[in-house]
Design a binder for this molecule. Structure first.
Ligand code: FNR
Length: 374
């Protein structure tokens, strides 16, 4: 179908399923084991209902926001997904350019198909980019990457902590990997194992011994860049991340690609925010200073999903698969359209919710009594 007939983020997935190459589709769409967590990520949003307010002046609706003080047109960022060229010959620069058009932030993946510098060079002056970091067993490599990121103007590092070993994605394992990564990490790391699917083939350098004691060193290397743990999955670790001086966390289970039966991030968001708040790490007027920020990703397909997360205390939400399905099917134009769809959805749904700005999207606007634990 022509791009004009795409009405929602779901539509990109439906087109991608029919038109993408098998290798790319299997890599992008797969989740771990029985894909229970992957499905639950999205399904959890169906158990949160709004409590809309009426008769508020919603003539003007403003869904702009900021992440660590950096402006974003909406509380959404394009999260890191590896191997963009499995979906589109130009790869991740399609995401970079569409992000620029719409003033949203792109998180660059360590294992991109395009090189890090290509993605930074594709950005407009002043465009904010973050970097997702897999920590290499050879720490000098990781330090080099961090230093280079700082020099190239990256504003925040997202250290992935949910992947000491890549999850078992059987759909992906059924397609042989032939090499689509041009990442320095992947090239310089162990040689590809051709029979383990794309994910496993490129990830053997990731250090499973990474632990809490390593963070001070990484934080120091990061200098002025914010440091965020991506892949936190319970409130105890969220509190600990704040205590050891991280700037934020992403509640994430890697899009259901790691531990199957990890909880959906939305399900744990209320308890995480409550624990952080009661321990003085979030929204505490008694302790001014940089605020610890909580992000979530996984299964977000509509602005209403994002608004639920915002109501429950998230700063912003990461979107993965819909962006790379949009890229794979329509290139940069597709990603741009996906972002425009979200903007239109924000405008309408905030109006219907009775929330002219995001600060009006408060906990009492959602009913989580059915959210439960799955
Ligand atoms: C990912 N994700 C991911 N995360 C990460 O930290 N480093 C990575 O290299 C990748 N690669 C990757 C590839 C693909 C194909 C997918 C689908 C996902 C996880 C990603 O950042 C994010 O957590 C999820 O994609 C969010 O879920 P949705 O939006 O895809 O449902």
């Amino acid at each position: 179908p022509p791009l004009a007939e795409i009405l929602s983020l779901h539509d990109f997935e439906a087109v991608a399923r029919r038109t993408m190459g098998k290798r790319g589709w299997n890599y992008y769409s797969s989740g771990a084991d029985d894909e229970i967590t992957m499905r639950e990520n999205h399904n959890a949003y169906h158990r949160v209902w709004f409590r809309p307010r009426i008769l508020r002046d919603v003539g003007k609706v403003d869904y702009s926001s900021s992440i660590f003080g950096f402006k974003t047109s909406m509380p959404v960022y394009i999260t890191a997904t590896a191997l963009g060229k499995l979906g589109h010959p130009e790869g991740e620069v399609c995401l970079t350019r569409a992000a620029a058009e719409h003033d949203v932030i792109q998180m660059i993946p360590t294992l991109a198909s395009c090189s890090f510098d290509e993605m930074v060079d594709a950005a407009q002056p002043g465009q904010v980019q973050f970097l997702q970091l897999y920590v290499n067993a050879d720490r000098s490599r990781t330090k080099k990457i961090i230093k280079h990121a700082a020099e190239r103007g990256i504003k925040a590092l997202f250290i992935t902590v949910d992947a000491p070993q890549l999850g078992r994605r059987e759909k992906d394992m059924r397609t042989k990997f032939e090499g689509a990564a041009s990442s320095q990490q992947a090239q310089g790391g162990d040689k590809f194992k051709r029979d383990e699917g794309a994910a496993r083939a490129i990830s053997s350098f990731i250090d499973p011994s990474l632990n809490w004691n390593d963070l001070a060193d990484l934080k120091e290397a990061a200098g002025d860049m914010k440091v965020v743990l991506k892949g936190v999955q319970c409130w105890e670790d969220a509190v600990r991340a704040a205590e050891v001086g991280m700037d934020g966390i992403v509640l994430s289970n890697h899009g259901g690609r790691q531990l199957d039966f990890a909880p959906s991030p939305l399900t744990i968001l209320p308890q995480v925010v409550s624990a952080l708040t009661s321990q003085g790490h979030m929204n505490n007027p008694a302790r001014p200073g940089p605020k610890f920020e909580v992000f979530i990703d996984g299964g977000v397909r509509r602005a209403t999903d994002v608004l639920k997360a915002i109501a429950l205390g998230a700063t912003a939400v990461g979107i993965g698969r819909p962006m790379i399905y949009a890229m794979s099917t329509f290139g940069e134009d597709g990603v741009s359209k996906a972002l425009q769809i979200l903007k239109d959805e924000f405008e309408m749904n905030m109006r219907l919710l009775g929330a002219p700005t995001l600060s009006d999207v408060v906990p009492s606007m959602v009913d989580i009594s059915a959210l439960g634990n799955a």
